[in-house]
Design a protein around this ligand. Structure first.
Ligand code: ADP
Length: 435
């Protein structure tokens, strides 16, 4: 509408100029000359307005409002409106950016913006305290020069999405940090470091408490168990079932304490022995154990489809696999089939214990490795379970950078697989000729 008005006004003006030129030219008999002069003047005027607009746009100040009603004035006003909108947008963005920076700066977690080469672009106040960064001297410096732990450099260069847990803060050894690296643009990433010292202390208190309680219970339980074994209810057959129940409960308690101690030991374990574990012997030992437990009630078979051996702690891995085998035997009704299978899994390998038992409903699967989690408490107790077996398996596997995978279908059976990466596998030893 505005544009139409401006066009109309400009055309009227042009028509007026031409009319004046005609009015002057006709009496003087010099119409072409007066028309040429009038058009030249118009052209000069347009050039002048164009140059002025160019100067206004390029100048440091904002384009002023034009008070005329012609096309040039309308263009100038349009540019002014656009400029003002862009300026408003910019101001809003700057305000937003400032608010965002203030919020990030006030965060209790350390936040560092890094470029592709992991040089520091920006950091908040907490990064100064937790990571020991100084403003402005550390800006543009590589972060690995300031946080010098080799573990940290390795993790940062790997661009891992997994967090880095339990790193000592460079400024204070007693402060423990959890770090995360978040890529948010091609060129940039955000490093977030959280102080987890308090959480770690609580976790340590919990671990110590469980370990101490279990340890303290062990001795009295051994004594009770010992005496119960010695008692013979001669001549008092009515005590026989009571004694039997007492013995079975004290055995169960002893087993729970032993399992809790095993878990505490695994949690405290740093380095594990790195031994060659022959899968041929291991599968054979597990098969014998399964048969002994089942007492001929199940059909137990082994399949060794990958010739490679495992690297790790023989004792711990054997105990983890035994747990899975014992679960399969305990939870599979007599007559069922149990298969122990060692096979390739990409570059790695997996040891699976497959049974034809009752299976587990999908809603239980994510929680099975929690301590004392059971699908059916009574059945687990009856079969001599403590509810800690799969927790132990998970911990042992974690110490071997491996993972437990559970697949199960109700009425069909379950498969518990321990999945190992290629770094945990060893090529088989060449067969030596007998002397
Ligand atoms: P438990 O000592 O009770 O067997 P676990 O931690 O070893 O404790 O196992 C947790 C629960 O997972 C068991 O109580 C049982 O309900 C379920 N479970 C484990 N293995 C199997 C299996 N092979 N078949 C069916 N259920 C199983």
């Amino acid at each position: 509408m505005r544009l139409l008005r401006a066009w109309r006004s400009s055309l009227w003006r042009l028509a007026a100029v031409l009319a004046v030129a005609l009015a002057v030219g006709i009496p003087l008999n010099a119409v072409p000359l007066t028309l040429a002069l009038a058009l030249g003047a118009c052209f000069g005027w347009y050039l002048y307005r164009l140059a002025r607009l160019y100067r206004l746009l390029g100048g440091p100040r904002r384009v002023p409002a034009a008070d005329g009603s012609g096309l040039w004035d309308e263009i100038q006003n349009l540019l002014r409106r656009r400029q003002r909108a862009a300026f408003e947008d910019k101001r809003r963005l700057v305000r937003l950016l400032r608010e965002f920076r203030n919020a990030a700066a006030a965060m209790p977690d350390a936040v560092v913006v890094l470029d592709r080469e992991h040089r520091i672009r920006w950091f908040n106040t907490a990064a100064g305290t937790l990571l020991g960064l100084k403003y402005p001297s550390d800006i543009d410096g590589p972060l690995t020069n300031l946080v010098r732990a080799p573990r940290f450099a390795e993790w940062l260069h790997a661009d891992s999405v997994e967090p880095l847990a339990d790193l000592a803060a460079p400024a204070d050894e007693n402060v423990r940090l959890n770090l995360r690296l978040i890529r948010y643009a091609d060129e940039q990433s955000l490093l977030v470091a959280r102080d987890v010292s308090q959480l770690m202390r609580l976790e340590q208190v919990r671990r110590d408490f469980v370990a101490n309680v279990s340890h303290e219970l062990r001795t009295p339980l051994t004594v009770v168990h010992g005496y119960l074994d010695m008692i013979e209810p001669e001549g008092m057959p009515e005590y026989e079932p009571i004694l039997h129940e007492l013995r079975s409960q004290s055995r169960r308690m002893t087993q729970i304490v032993e399992d809790l101690l095993t878990l505490s030991r695994l949690e405290a374990q740093g380095e594990l022995p790195q031994e060659r574990i022959s899968l041929r012997s291991l599968l054979e030992a597990l098969r014998r154990e399964a048969q002994a437990l089942s007492q001929g009630g199940h059909d137990v078979t082994t399949e060794r489809l990958d010739p490679r051996d495992l690297l790790g702690s023989t004792k711990e891995l054997h105990s983890a696999f035994s747990n899975l085998v014992s679960n399969a035997v305990r939870h599979t009704p007599a007559g069922g089939r149990i298969t122990l299978r060692w096979e390739r899994d990409g570059d790695g390998a997996r040891l699976s214990v497959v049974d034809t038992g009752p299976g587990i409903a999908p809603q239980h699967l994510p929680r099975l490795t929690e301590r004392f989690y059971r699908v059916s408490t009574s059945r687990s107790r009856e079969s001599g379970g403590t509810g800690l077996g799969l927790s132990i398996v998970k911990h042992v596997l974690q110490l071997h950078q491996a993972r437990l995978e559970i697949r199960s279908e109700l009425g069909v059976g379950s498969t518990f697989s321990c999945v190992f990466g290629p770094e945990r596998l060893l090529e088989p030893l060449p067969l030596t000729e007998p002397a």
